[in-house]
Design a protein around this ligand. Structure first.
Ligand SMILES: CC(C)(COP(=O)(O)OP(=O)(O)OC[C@H]1O[C@@H](n2cnc3c(N)ncnc32)[C@H](O)[C@@H]1OP(=O)(O)O)[C@@H](O)C(=O)NCCC(=O)NCCS
Length: 142
């Protein structure tokens, strides 16, 4: 992710999520050296983005989104594999994320990548209210 991506990322975020991050939120996050943010672009259009926040050897994956017209083409899978590689370069050994428990496409995507269920955080999400499924992936321990 770079400064020039931020307008498109913020617009996509507004379209996709009920509680979107602001443009400033992405601007503040993508440059931090302990974070890594990726975008997938096609002909100058941002198709997808995702982020990772690392703390020592653990990282939280967040802001995973793919433009509606670009879904089911393997974009998210390829992008997250790349994010995990970048995380490893930062020294990350274990990756975690939260996902709405009813978000079948996202849960299936994370399971395919090797994430496993680790618990439920009741009422974590609002708009609409929903529990979060907590998942972890420890490469090499499968
Ligand atoms: C979840 C999301 C990121 C998936 O992106 P995508 O690029 O369409 O996913 P991919 O094409 O890479 O799919 C990879 C795997 O994910 C799973 N998957 C993706 N979409 C799915 C769907 N609609 N139903 C069931 N499984 C699905 C499948 O296991 C798929 O593998 P397969 O193609 O071999 O079946 C996308 O639907 C999205 O942006 N959703 C809205 C935002 C969101 O929910 N983000 C996650 C927040 S935690």
């Amino acid at each position: 992710m770079q400064e020039r991506d931020l307008d498109q990322v913020a617009a996509l975020e507004q379209e996709i999520f009920s509680e979107p991050w602001s443009r400033q939120g992405f601007a503040d996050s993508y440059q931090k050296k302990e974070n890594c943010y990726l975008v997938v672009e096609e002909d100058g259009q941002v198709l997808a983005y995702c982020g990772l926040w690392s703390v020592l050897d653990e990282a939280d994956i967040c802001n995973v989104a793919v433009r509606k017209e670009a879904r089911r083409r393997g974009v998210a899978e390829a992008m997250l594999k790349m994010l995990i590689l970048e995380g490893k370069k930062l020294g990350v050994a274990a990756f975690t994320l939260e996902v709405r428990i009813g978000n079948t496409p996202a849960v299936a995507l994370y399971r395919k990548l090797g994430f496993r269920d680790a618990g439920v955080r009741p009422g974590f999400y609002t708009k609409p209210d929903e529990d979060a499924l907590i998942m972890w992936y420890r490469p090499g321990s499968e």
